[in-house]
Design a protein around this ligand. Structure first.
Ligand code: GLN
Length: 554
């Protein structure tokens, strides 16, 4: 085992109380003190990974540099910590059981009866320690998804309990985050559910060291004292995670309450003076923008913003370096199929069609793209949005009748988007797409090159279909410019329409690499174009006053 220390974060009362934000914030607080940190998310469901889960129920599927399809919390860690997190940091019950059963089939348990304790818990501990990168980080944060008391979560909490006994005393600490609801009628904050969730934790042998109440406002002293008494922790170990305008304000809010010093004390780390200046430089432009732009996001899960979390974050980061707040309107693509696009999209400064799958809403997205192209509204297409831009151009400019993606219409006479050759014959859905970062060669003299400023970049992918190389000629003749390819020049990665103010689309997902203060150039170009056009500028001026993680390293 390495020498990393572990912070286990558990949740009580409800899920979705912002445990992920608290976990990422503790990481930021330690980073501000000069410590190296990383984070791991445990999802106690049986799915092997998030790849096959419906974004409408679970939020977006986040893709890591090494091609993991993970929970969106991994994205929050990457953005807050400005650090790539690899797929091994996303642990599920499915993965653990898979591995244990595989070992059993190989006879590795030497005839023993294979049990939850110790065999499953041993494998969980091995994965947790492995994700601490062999001791290369000072602190590894481990967020246990779900709520204390869930049957699925029990083996993970048991493993954490065992680790806390096996490692030296100051190497682990437990942080419990729970909702403190506020009654509508009296405005009173109630701590009873939190008290019960701490009792539940203690029942399984874990005494939290730190309790964080997720609540509307910072808790008054007397309520903190009450929580301390019932949770059996000192009063100075009770903190509040209040409602804030942005999660990027949470780390400093918690640190101001003393959380950083307390975590250092519990872990036996020197409580160095935190340097918040670099983080403030990143956060401030996000909070006080001079301009505002209105972006319409045309998708099929418009009812749940979490389905597009990284896209929304990437727009916000891009706004930050353009001094613009981005107001995003989520537009349900199917609505455009009935009513047409012009009415619904008239007020937009920019239109984005993000990634997606399947037939539902596809025609509405094509309508939005047609509207953007004809009215010269700044447009960004991502993955499915890229593919449907090709479809729209093929139909309406290259006059290829009912051109389509074979994903939407398998019998189209013009399959301008088709299954990638290596995908043919794959029947299984899990982890079978083209996934993760791979190199994209950017052609000189194009808008793409202006934005990225490099001939080769690494960007993250998640798709099965691609531009059909055999139908590309006619599209290019009619003015569609492919400005980025894979290394052997065969796979189309970026498209643009020269002569338009900003019409740009990528087969990859730029949003997964966007960080506060370091937006991905595609999103930057898009938001800058929307703002410039709104302010009446004649052409887009691109500045490169920010860094971008072109390679795989950061
Ligand atoms: N459905 C398309 C494909 O599989 C696009 C995927 C996506 O947008 N992530 O290629």
């Amino acid at each position: 085992m390495g020498n990393s220390k572990f912070v286990f974060v558990t949740g009580g009362v409800l899920s979705s109380v912002g445990k992920g934000s608290v976990t990422a914030s503790i990481g930021k607080i330690l980073q501000a003190r000069g410590y190296e940190v990383t984070a791991t998310k445990i999802d106690p469901y049986l799915n092997f990974d998030s790849g096959t889960m419906n974004p409408y129920m679970h939020g977006e599927v986040f893709v890591t540099e090494d091609g993991g399809e993970t929970d969106l919390d991994i994205g929050s860690y990457e953005r807050m910590l400005d650090r790539n997190v690899s797929k091994g940091h996303s642990i599920t019950t499915g993965q653990i059981y898979w591995k244990v059963i595989e070992m059993e089939r190989k006879g590795e348990f030497l005839g023993k009866c294979v049990q939850i304790i110790p065999h499953v818990t041993d494998e969980i501990k091995r994965r947790i320690v492995e994700a601490a990168e062999n001791g290369k980080v000072d602190v590894s944060l481990v967020e246990v998804g779900g709520t204390v008391g869930d049957i699925e979560g029990a083996p993970f909490l048991e493993a954490a309990r065992q680790l806390s006994l096996q490692l030296p005393a100051r190497d682990t600490t437990f942080v419990h985050v729970a909702l403190v609801p506020v009654l509508d009628s009296t405005g009173e904050a109630k701590s009873k559910p939190l008290q019960h969730s701490v009792q539940e934790l203690r029942r399984i042998g874990i005494q939290p060291d730190i309790v964080i109440a997720r609540t509307r406002n910072v808790l008054p002293g007397e309520l903190r004292a009450k929580i301390a008494l019932f949770a059996s922790v000192p009063e100075d170990s009770v903190f509040s995670s209040p409602n804030l305008p942005s999660i990027y304000l949470l780390p400093e809010s918690l640190d101001k309450q003393g959380l950083g010093s307390k975590v250092c004390e519990k872990l036996g780390l020197e409580d160095r003076k935190p340097d918040w200046r670099p983080w403030r430089r990143v956060v401030k432009p996000l909070m006080e923008p001079r301009y505002r732009v209105r972006i319409s996001l045309v998708g099929k899960y418009a009812g749940l913003a979490d389905s597009y979390m990284s896209v929304l974050e990437a727009l916000r980061h891009a706004g930050g370096v353009c001094n613009a707040g981005v107001d995003v309107e989520l537009v349900e693509a199917e609505e455009l199929e009935e009513s047409g696009a012009s009415e619904r999209l008239r007020a937009s400064d920019g239109i984005i069609v993000p990634g997606g799958f399947g037939t539902r809403g596809a025609e509405g997205k094509v309508k939005a793209i047609e509207y953007a192209r004809k009215r010269d509204v700044p447009f960004l297409g991502v993955c499915f949005g890229f593919q449907l831009s090709v479809v729209e151009f093929a139909r309406n400019v290259a006059l290829m009748g009912s051109a389509n993606s074979t994903e939407v219409d398998p019998r189209t006479p013009y399959p301008v988007i088709d299954l990638m050759a290596e995908q043919k014959g794959i029947g299984s859905l899990g982890a079978t797409m083209r996934l993760g970062a791979s190199p994209v060669v950017v052609e000189k003299g194009t808008l793409a090159y202006k934005l990225y400023g490099r001939e080769e970049i690494y960007e993250r992918h998640r798709h099965r279909y691609e531009v059909n190389p055999s139908l590309k000629g006619r599209l290019v003749e009619r003015g569609l410019r492919f400005s980025g390819y894979d290394r052997d020049g065969k796979r189309m990665e970026i498209l643009e329409l020269p002569g338009k103010f900003f019409f740009f689309a990528t087969q990859y997902h730029p949003e997964f690499k966007s960080r506060p203060g370091r937006p991905d150039p595609a999103y930057y170009g898009f938001v800058k174009a929307a703002l410039s056009k709104k302010l009446g500028m004649k052409a887009l001026k691109v500045s490169r006053g920010f860094s971008y993680a072109a390679s795989s390293a950061a």
